[in-house]
Design a protein around this ligand. Sequence first.
Ligand code: FE
Length: 248
Amino acid sequence: MIDTNAFHDLSYGLYIVSAKLPDGRFVGCVANTFGQVASDPAKTSISLNKENTTTKAIQETGRLCISVLNESADMELIGKFGFNSSLDTEKFEGIEFELTDDGIPYVTQMSDAVFELEVEEAVDVGSHLLFVCDVLSANTIESEFPPMTYAYYHMVLKGRTPPRAATYVTKDSDFAEPGGSTAKAEDSPENIGDGPTIEVVEEIVTDGPKVGWQCSLCGYIVEMEELPDDFHCPICGADKSFFVKIEL
Ligand code: FE
């Protein structure tokens, strides 16, 4: 048997993976599958969904950077990189980043370390490509926050796992698809664009419990009695059908 709960006992960090397309565009996504796999010389690996634009950029250029997110990272940053497509989102716009000597971008905000990697081998593991990488450089970034774990992301930020993540579990997952909608996730070509500006109700005066709506894609919560039909998540762009009513 395969008890999918066992997968929830695995521990991970949370990382922004960044690369540059051959045409010069900067792309990036969020992943939790980065890790060191050898010590002498140091090697790392990361698996990324084959459909991601970032994966394709890495395949074509053989170069990538990893920013190790820390616990100050918010859903705005994670949502921008993790729940939008690089095809229609300039992910580095408004983001603090720097470039390697080869012009590969890497995020410097809300991060504790950055790795510059060169792909040694790409292994086809089904839905994902597993990149085994040489470390070209590794540096820490001064910060007062510890690295973010995937558990922290789930428990404190109430973040969700997009279906394209390597660790997405189809059964017993915390990810729901209300209304039977097709889930749209990180780097999806059909992903949702920017939604309208949201008016977040600061306080609802009511005798009963406060109610709100939670985005089942990224975990964003808005305190509001009813969502307008044209409502879209400000973090991941999901439409109203992805929101689940909750008590606050
Ligand atoms: Fe969302």
